[in-house]
Write a protein of this length. Structure first.
Length: 220
């Protein structure tokens, strides 16, 4: 991490964190960003010449309201290094088990299939998912859990820091071919993919938008 241990955080760069920490089943405590990183927060990194992609909010949303999306794992790694250095605080992406634990209270239960015939399962998936909005909404438009973490059940699926290697064994994080993305289910997305609808190996329905939020193990 590119931060100076023993010195105070730079509050000008600190993101808005959830009101309450998350106590995990293994006893660890993590502190989680209340919302997904916004376009405005992302573009501050771009303006300093670190994040390569410049983002624009969609029509009807401001840069402060819009989640930063269309980002791959490498893009986000640039931001995490930058914010950790600028804020002088060690931020990271959540692990899949951490994300699933904090999202469980707000994620809807999996609906029953419309058709019982296995050969029509594709139609069930299509019709059920068609009912759910895949539109990019303003931050805070979806549920908030008991800790004050918003939009875990939203249309933006969030990159985690857990590598997927299939049956190829373990590899270093630097050589990982794909990572888990968390949303309605866990999807597996190659690390260079920004738009899973155009390419990528998502499990089930492809995520509509790829974004992220920060977590930290150290209280701010």
């Amino acid at each position: 991490m590119l931060y100076r241990s023993g010195t105070l955080p730079n509050r000008a760069y600190l993101p808005q964190m959830a009101e309450t920490s998350v106590q995990l089943p293994d006893g660890r405590v993590i502190f989680v960003q209340k919302y997904e990183v916004s376009v405005a927060e992302w573009n501050a990194c771009h303006a300093e010449g670190v994040c390569s992609e410049k983002l624009r909010p969609p029509k009807g949303l401001t840069a402060a309201d819009a989640p930063a999306t269309g980002l791959n794992y490498l893009d986000i790694s640039q931001y995490v290094r930058w914010i950790s250095e600028r804020a002088n605080h060690p931020f990271r992406l959540p692990a899949t088990k951490e994300w699933e634990f904090m999202a469980k209270p707000v994620l809807p239960e999996k609906p029953e299939p419309i058709f019982s015939d296995p050969s029509l399962r594709w139609a069930s998936d299509y019709l059920v998912n068609a009912r759910k909005s895949r539109r990019l909404e303003k931050r805070g438009s979806f549920s908030t859990n008991a800790q004050g973490i918003a939009d875990l059940d939203g249309s933006v699926w969030e990159w985690t820091d857990d590598c997927y290697v299939g049956e190829s064994g373990t590899v270093s994080k630097q050589r990982c071919p794909a990572f888990y993305v968390a949303g309605e289910h866990m999807a597996v997305i190659p690390f260079l993919v920004r738009d899973p609808a155009r390419g990528g190996c998502a499990v089930g329905t492809p995520p509509p938008h790829l974004g992220f939020r920060l977590v930290t193990d150290k209280k701010i």
